[in-house]
Design a protein around this ligand. Structure first.
Ligand code: ATP
Ligand code: MG
Length: 374
């Protein structure tokens, strides 16, 4: 067991790293963040912040030698970096787990190989693959870059083969997956912690609403049948086992209008749809990440209150700082801001958790906040 007082390493200084840092420091750990941005959300509140490139050998050596364990908030970290670090200290999750989740071709193939359903897809690595891919996958479809996509970036909806060809060029002719566009009934996700011994515990299932490919809201309890809940948890644990995962990870699912449960993707880290746990569960996903990577027992994942989480994107800042009193004057609302200086449209600046049954109340607050300035 790695006990309080030890230094934990975090690769990536974004909001997920920041909330991990808060949880770790609350438990009495020291945190060292590696992120090239001198003003990163996590770096600013960590005990130490190395601002260097992720590939900087000197920086990796400093981090690895100073830390009892290193974890990540960022799935696009190169697996080679994780391997290099593992020469100095334990790296959780492992390079091989992250390597699968960071590439959609490997990820979807892995999900299928584990007997789980995904949307129909085909790989397009070069223009020569386009015709065959269009024969496998029904339109409308989505062309997604295999690597470095997030929040719906690197994705194009395509209706026919000509559009696939132009979208493939537009995405830089880099490896892609062509994926059937599913008629969505709902989206849900499972966040789980898995320890070094291979035991897993799931947080309550999250029901998610996306807007323009970006998570807008999460509501718990999810309004899905027990059958879907059980299937989703079983699937998520199976994937975590197959990855021999250690830490906290998320699995996103589609429920189609025809009643199929399909795995969308795996995030080898804490997840935006798990932010509700910060205020609504006994243990939040970030504390669970600390516990898992340090070899501590599980924290209780029990839900204490129904909750709706709503993301605050930079769009809300269009007219300047939003009228925070809308949120602050509601005693059932917990506001979380990530300390980012620049509000750009689509950028995740913060979120709030509304602890109550009535999801439409949370939406009403969000709409007042968004229009309060104008
Ligand atoms: P993130 O990593 O932030 O979740 P991402 O860029 O990896 O995002 P995806 O999860 O692939 O993106 O897609 C984002 C959202 O776009 C999904 O949650 C869903 O709402 C929609 N979407 C993606 N693929 C499909 C699909 N095949 N059919 C229907 N909707 C889709
Ligand atoms: Mg996603």
């Amino acid at each position: 067991m790695i006990l309080p007082g030890a230094t934990l390493g975090m690769l990536g200084g974004g909001q997920l790293g920041r909330m991990f840092t808060v949880a770790a420091r609350t438990l009495g750990y020291r945190v060292m963040v590696l992120d090239p941005d001198p003003d990163s959300p996590a770096g600013r509140i960590a005990d130490e912040h190395i601002h260097a490139a992720y590939s900087d050998t000197w920086a990796l050596e400093q981090l690895g030698k100073s830390c009892a364990v290193v974890t990540t908030e960022f799935e696009n970290i190169s697996a080679d970096v994780l391997r290099q670090l593992s020469e100095y200290c334990p790296v959780r999750p492992s390079a091989s787990a992250v390597e699968i989740a960071q590439n959609r071709i490997r990820e979807k193939t892995f999900i299928r190989d584990n007997g789980l359903a995904t949307a129909e897809f085909a790989t397009i690595s070069s223009e020569d693959d386009i015709e065959a891919a269009c024969e496998t996958v029904n339109f409308p479809a989505i062309l997604k870059r295999a690597e470095l996509g997030y929040d719906g970036k690197g994705q194009v909806v395509v209706e026919d083969i000509a559009l696939v060809a132009s979208a493939f060029s537009g995405l830089g002719k880099l490896p892609c997956v062509l994926e059937e566009k599913i008629d969505l009934e709902k989206e849900i996700s499972v966040i789980l912690g898995r320890n070094v011994q291979g035991e897993s515990q799931c947080f309550p299932i999250a029901e998610n609403v996306h807007r323009q490919g970006i998570l807008h809201s999460t509501t718990v309890p999810a309004s899905v049948s027990q059958r879907f809940e059980e299937q989703a948890e079983t699937a998520a644990i199976r994937l975590a086992d197959a990855l021999d995962f250690c830490g906290v990870m998320a699995v996103e699912f589609f429920i189609s209008t025809s009643g199929d449960l399909l795995v969308n993707e795996i995030a080898p880290r804490t997840h935006n749809s798990g932010h509700y746990t910060l205020d609504a569960c006994v243990t939040c996903q970030f504390e669970q990440q600390v516990r898992m990577v340090c070899g501590l027992p599980f924290g209780d994942t029990r839900l204490l209150s129904p909750v709706t989480m709503i993301n605050l994107l930079g769009d809300v800042w269009q007219e300047g700082s939003p009228p925070w009193s809308v949120l602050l004057s509601d005693p059932a609302v917990k506001l979380h801001l990530y300390g980012k200086q620049q509000a750009r449209p689509g950028r995740k600046m913060g979120h709030f958790n509304y602890l109550g049954e009535d999801r439409s109340h949370a939406e009403k607050l969000f709409s007042e906040l968004s229009h309060g300035n104008g």
